[in-house]
Design a protein around this ligand. Sequence first.
Ligand code: FES
Length: 105
Amino acid sequence: MKTFILGQSKEQVLQMIPEKGIKLVQLGGEKICVTRNGEALFAFEPFCPHRMASLLQGTIVRNEIVCPLHQYRFDLQTGAVLSGQCPDLKVYKVGLTDRGLEIWI
Ligand code: FES
């Protein structure tokens, strides 16, 4: 597991990631999505585990993401599928600090 830091301060991260917006970032060899609900930040794989739809067009509702294709819902903290039947979404541990957003991959 590797730790990456996005941005250089908490304020910069909050500016970089719009509220309920989804941003694709490349960290090492991985592309991952980052979003936030207030100051709660989440990182997750960019493709839906059901039929691989891009989650960049997903909708953030509270701490969940809704896939644009068949509207399956996933918990952004645990990755658990909340509606529909498919494997869980891969999520990554994050921590918002004064040095930026730490992401463990
Ligand atoms: S591809 Fe995401 S719910 Fe079907």
